[in-house]
Design a binder for this molecule. Structure first.
Ligand SMILES: [Zn+2]
Length: 440
């Protein structure tokens, strides 16, 4: 299946399979249908009047005990994490998951049947661009039971997971990038596993009628009970990764980041998904343009262009907000998707190049130097940059504030400026710039 990573995808045609549901033990059939762009994943209850649908969104998460349950109004779908994991990892953004019961077939307790189903249906590209969640700064969630999820910036979607049972039995670790090929080979076949002490009360209460050694591995003491031998020596941690992918699919965006998970479970996975959805909402709200005052000793675009020789597409200052004494300046640049560098940096994944931020710092520092030199017969040339750090990606819609402070000026020939760029009140880049003055 050829995937164009920057575009949305759906299934090529309807495909289905049947089986038994875990909790009720009833027969259920499930069908995957293609869906238009921006539709997302929706579950459809074919067995109910009016065939209601439920969005696979974190807002619809109802319970996370043992499995992930979604609901809207009185309608519920249970144990959705394995089908969601397969859809997400196999690059399906939009689909209808139609079922004639409240739970998908449990299959063999892995995501293998869903990978097979998706391959049967095919995956096709749509015209609209995919929505991503780019991790800009480390995030983490923790639970009282010792579960910990950390999310770090990364260009790909990666998971590093440590799983450990009671008394640290069956401690396992695996770190991998998640791509369709890796998921299919390394993650999808890993089956659900349960600890006997946890399921015994459920068996007694008859709450897992469809549960058997055919669809779960049961761990009793040091013994591993299953119909089929272990598929991987570290099958448990692989299944934990499978569940993380399924639960994070509820964010509704492709995550570009590295999940570091210690003893994860549905509750803490869901909490991270909620955190991401909140951060996304905050980002969308923050991308509204900020009103920047003009006047008060600042410089408007015309005045900036009278001083700086730079012109489109290389003028990286929209306006100077103000000077503080002789040595400090703050300027602003609105970053829009129309910046020419976004066309190639990168197609489908626009990130402002770090060197353009350094250029912005250099131009703003030059404006400060000009004020200091109070002459237009000389121009400051950018000589070197030290201690440059890029801390967070700058994206279209961001308003970048550029700060420069003159730390050293030797005579009128050399000058040093400490600079940093700020987006949403966080430093995105910094550096120490050196200039020399030459006659025009
Ligand atoms: Zn699972």
């Amino acid at each position: 299946m050829a995937i164009t990573p920057e575009l949305q995808h759906t299934v090529g045609k309807t495909a289905g399979f049947g089986g038994t549901s875990l909790h009720t033990g009833e027969k259920v059939s499930l069908k995957l249908h293609p869906a238009p762009a921006d539709h997302g994943i929706k579950f459809k209850r074919k067995d109910l009047q009016d065939e209601p649908t439920i969005d696979a969104k974190i807002d619809n998460l109802k319970t996370v005990e043992r499995a992930t349950t979604l609901g809207e109004g009185a309608v519920r779908v249970h144990t959705v994490e394995h089908v969601l994991s397969a859809l997400s990892a196999m690059d399906v953004d939009n689909a209808i998951v139609e079922m004639d019961a409240n739970e998908p077939p449990i299959g063999d307790g892995s995501a293998q049947p869903y990978v097979d189903l998706i391959k049967k249906a095919g995956v096709t590209a749509q015209e609209q661009p995919r929505k991503f969640f780019d991790v800009r700064e480390p995030m983490h969630v923790e639970s009282k039971t010792g579960a910990l999820l950390v999310l770090l910036p990364d260009e790909t979607f990666r998971i590093s997971c440590t799983q450990a049972g009671p008394n640290n039995r069956f401690a396992q670790f695996l770190s991998t990038e998640i791509t369709p090929a890796i998921f299919e080979r390394e993650i999808a076949p890993a089956r659900t596993f349960v600890y006997y002490e946890d399921v015994q009360p459920l068996i007694e209460k008859n709450l897992i009628k469809g549960g058997s050694l055919e669809n779960a591995i049961v761990v009793r003491g040091e013994a591993v009970l299953s119909k089929e031998p272990l598929r991987f020596s570290d099958e448990f941690v692989r299944h934990k990764i499978l569940d993380i992918i399924g639960d994070l699919a509820l964010v509704g965006r492709r995550i570009r980041g590295h999940v570091v998970a210690v003893k994860p479970g549905h509750a803490v996975n869901a909490e991270l998904a909620r955190e991401l959805a909140r951060e996304q909402a905050r980002r969308s709200a923050m991308s509204a343009p900020r009103a920047v005052p003009i006047g008060n000793g600042g410089l408007d675009t015309d005045e900036v262009m009278q001083i700086l020789p730079h012109r489109y597409p290389f003028l990286m200052v929209d306006r100077v907000i103000g000077f503080e004494g002789e040595n400090k300046i703050t300027a602003v640049k609105s970053i829009t998707i129309n910046e020419p560098f976004f066309q190639g940096h990168f197609p489908g994944h626009p990130v402002m190049p770090g060197v353009m931020q350094v250029e912005a710092m250099a131009q703003v520092a030059s404006l400060l130097l000009f004020k200091l030199a109070k002459t237009t017969s000389r121009i400051g040339y950018f000589m070197s940059a030290d201690s440059v750090k890029f801390r967070k990606p700058v994206l279209p819609g961001d308003t970048m504030f550029i700060h420069a402070e003159l730390t050293k000026s030797r005579g009128e020939r050399l000058a040093k400026a400490k600079c940093h760029c700020v987006v949403n009140d966080a430093v995105v880049s910094e550096g120490e710039l050196m200039f020399t003055f030459l006659d025009k």
